[in-house]
Write a protein that binds this ligand. Structure first.
Ligand SMILES: Nc1ncnc2c1ncn2[C@@H]1O[C@H](COP(=O)(O)OP(=O)(O)OP(=O)(O)O)[C@@H](O)[C@H]1O
Length: 329
């Protein structure tokens, strides 16, 4: 059984718009139109899309905060909205812009309260807390009231709070939003380790491409409430962003190289370093290097893969032109 299963999931909101002086007209917003995916234990999945795509609405349905208007959803075998309390005992949830901590209490007391709420055995609680305190370096501020913590410190507390009952699945909505670089790196390292060592499944929404690059082996891309693409990160790259760049360092400067199947995107050092863009389907890096070597002696080479930003932008372009390939999992 999949840890998360969503089939034709749908959520609409009814808004009332003022029309004229007295009348109000009902108006329907479709936030999630027809979303289907399944997530297995141990996966790390990035749920991405532009603003208003329907990410948070989906996460709220998966965690039982919102009732779907249609479709089927099961998380850890439970119907989230109907079994919200039970589900809360099996999953961990972190909302970057909402807190599950008690603002006036020292951080440690929030953790104690959560132990009581989830009825976690003392020994298990202590083990998990010790591990989080050590890895997230929370020792110096465990006794500080939550409202006095920096955002980076509070987020470490939020993630710990979500893990104290030992969930198999951690759902994170924009976990690194607003954090400084050091805090982001620390949090990502922690989450990656959680997945690698504990097998904790991660599902996260993010606008941060570095989060995706370092944490997610699979991407589900959504736009206008529909899944645009779903597949391994590497697969999506190969499928929709076929352009790679060969960077060649030559023994001496030469004019921009004109080679079949490749175009010069950038020239440095008077022409002794050139960036050649080519289509992975039409040309191999080896063939291109051979072609370059016939023109000038090659000192060094490297191949750059497309950035994840390119992959996502390309997906949106393909959607606009309705030429979106179906990405099989
Ligand atoms: N409570 C609500 N009432 C009315 N409309 C809503 C409500 N919540 C979300 N929407 C609308 O549903 C759509 C999807 O919103 P959602 O917050 O799920 O997007 P998102 O992908 O999480 O966006 P962002 O990246 O900006 O957080 C938007 O058009 C939004 O305005």
């Amino acid at each position: 059984m999949s840890l998360i299963e969503a089939r034709d999931l749908r959520r609409t909101f009814t808004l009332r718009r003022k029309v004229g002086r007295f009348r109000r007209q009902r108006h329907e917003v479709v936030a999630v139109e027809d979303v289907s995916f399944a997530i297995e234990a141990g996966e790390t999945v990035g749920y991405v899309g532009p603003n208003g795509a329907g990410k948070s609405t989906t996460i709220k349905m998966l965690t039982g905060i919102l009732v779907p208007t249609g479709g089927f959803v099961r998380v850890c075998g439970l119907e989230p909205a109907a079994r919200r309390r039970e589900l809360a005992g099996r999953i961990g949830v972190v909302f970057g812009q909402r807190s599950q901590l008690w603002w006036d209490l020292p951080l440690l007391e929030s953790f104690d309260l959560l132990r009581d709420i989830f009825r976690v055995p003392r020994a298990a609680h202590a083990d998990r807390l010790d591990e989080c305190v050590e890895l997230l370096e929370m020792g110096p501020f465990l006794h500080t009231p939550v409202r006095q913590l920096s955002l980076g410190q509070r987020m470490r507390g939020e993630v710990t709070a979500a893990l104290l009952h030992g969930p198999r699945l951690l759902v994170l909505d924009e976990p690194t939003i607003g954090l400084d670089l050091e805090s982001k790196v620390r949090l990502r390292r922690f989450l990656a380790r959680l997945n690698a060592e504990r097998g904790t499944t991660l599902l996260l929404t993010t606008h941060d491409l570095d989060d995706i690059e370092t944490l997610c082996r699979r991407l589900v891309v959504i736009d206008h409430g529909r899944v645009l693409a779903d597949g391994p990160l590497a697969g999506l790259r190969a499928e929709v962003a076929r352009e790679r760049t060969l960077v060649v360092d030559l023994e001496r400067p030469v004019p921009p190289l004109e080679l079949p199947g490749a175009r010069v995107a950038h020239v440095e050092n008077d022409g002794s370093r050139q960036h050649l863009v080519f289509d992975r389907e039409r040309l191999t890096a080896a063939a291109l290097i051979t072609a370059v070597a016939e023109r000038a002696p090659v000192h060094d080479v490297s191949v750059l893969e497309p950035e994840i930003a390119d992959v996502i932008r390309r997906l949106y372009e393909l959607r606009e032109s309705r030429a979106l390939p179906v990405v099989d999992r």
